[in-house]
Every structure is written in structure tokens, then in C-alpha cells.
Ligand binder design. Structure first.
Ligand SMILES: [Fe+2]
Ligand SMILES: [Fe+2]
Length: 201
């Protein structure tokens, strides 16, 4: 039996501390409540970031979120005076939609070059709250904390050109308008893609 890959527990614990410290430093009301919810009601700290592309391992979603946080901080360093707390909130929470979203399943897979099959564990999608992607992350965050306009728009549109709505004429114009208004939104979308394609394994 082949199992899904996992980050070592010590690495997950380190990343979790970084994640929690950065969010707590935002001093946003309700963030402590959000962290308790993540810890007790969701699989956020063990979920993968995708089924088979970037971060397809236990702890992948956490690792991805922390990387996006660092890259977004870096992108905005010399460009604008976006509050540090806003950067932490949008970058660390942009993919909240992926918690309670993946399951594990076992399939029989043919062993290449051999006449035998092997059981292999992999991730599958089971969307427990089918509300979309960025939209769902905004909704879940706002169950616990208030978001500013810039934060809500940044999280909503973080998929950039991969967002389904952005592919339509009106949706594309709406997204472009959000990007023109808020440097935070552009920085997050570019950082997410940068991490997913260049840094995530
Ligand atoms: Fe995303
Ligand atoms: Fe992401």
C-alpha cells in the first residue's frame, strides 16, 4: 500500500506557529476565534493544497499559505503602504475554501512494467460547502472576523485569470477593477501563482 506524502509533524508544528503568530499579530478582533475554529472544526493544518498538483501532501495547504504570505509581503515591500495585518489576513486565509474539502481514497493502480496492481492512497475532492473558491474563503473568514474592502476583494479574486467568473466579459472587468483599486489584490493573485508554479512542490 502506497500512502499520500506527509510533511513531518515537527515541520507542520513550526509552520502552524508561524501561521498563528502572523494572524494574531494582525490584532483583528475575532482572529483568536478563527484559529480555534480552524484547529477544532477543520482539517486546515493537515489538508493538502491540491489533489495532485502543488502541495499535494499532508500539510500542503498550510505550507502553501505561509509561502504565499512571505511572497505577498515581499511584493508589497516597496510598492505601497498596505497594512501588515491585511497582508497576513489575505495571504494566510485566501485558501480557507480548501479546508474540509479533500478526502483520501484508496485505488488499485497498475505497477508500471509489472503484471500486478498495488493499492495507492490519493486525495479526492469532496466539497462540503459548494460556494465557489475565493467567494467561499471570504465567507468563511467573515464568519469570524471583519474584512476590509481591500481584503475581501483580494481574497475573492486571488485566482486571477484562473477564476471562472473572470473568464466572462463582465467578470473579467469586475476583477480588473478590483486589481486597479487595490494593490493588495494584485499582489496576492501574483504571489499565489508564483508560489503554486515556482515554489510549491
Ligand atoms: Fe486559491
Ligand atoms: Fe493559493
Amino acid at each position: 500500500m502506497k500512502y499520500v506524502p506527509e510533511l513531518p509533524p515537527a515541520t507542520i508544528a513550526e509552520l502552524k506557529k508561524e501561521f498563528e503568530d502572523a494572524l494574531m499579530a494582525s490584532e483583528r478582533q475575532g482572529v483568536d476565534d478563527l484559529l480555534i475554529w480552524l484547529d477544532t472544526q477543520t482539517d486546515f493544518f493537515s489538508a493538502p493544497a491540491s489533489t495532485q498538483h502543488h502541495g499535494a501532501y499532508v500539510g500542503g495547504l498550510l505550507a502553501h499559505s505561509v509561502k504565499v504570505y512571505k511572497v505577498t509581503q515581499n511584493f508589497l515591500k516597496n510598492i505601497s503602504d498596505v497594512p501588515a495585518g491585511s497582508i497576513a489576513i489575505v495571504a494566510l486565509l485566501h485558501d480557507l475554501c480548501k479546508c474540509n474539502f479533500y478526502t483520501r481514497r484508496v485505488k488499485n493502480v497498475k505497477v508500471p512494467g509489472e503484471k500486478r496492481w498495488e493499492e495507492e492512497e490519493s486525495f479526492a475532492i469532496e466539497d462540503t460547502l459548494p460556494l465557489g473558491h475565493g467567494e467561499k474563503s471570504v465567507f468563511l473568514a467573515m464568519n469570524h472576523i471583519r474584512l476590509t474592502e481591500a481584503e475581501a476583494l483580494a481574497i475573492r479574486w486571488h485566482m486571477g485569470g484562473f477564476d471562472d467568473a473572470a473568464r466572462s466579459y463582465v467578470g473579467g472587468m469586475t476583477q480588473a477593477q478590483a486589481f486597479r483599486k487595490h494593490p493588495l489584490a494584485v499582489a496576492l493573485a501574483i504571489a499565489d501563482m508564483y508560489v503554486a508554479y515556482l515554489l510549491d512542490d
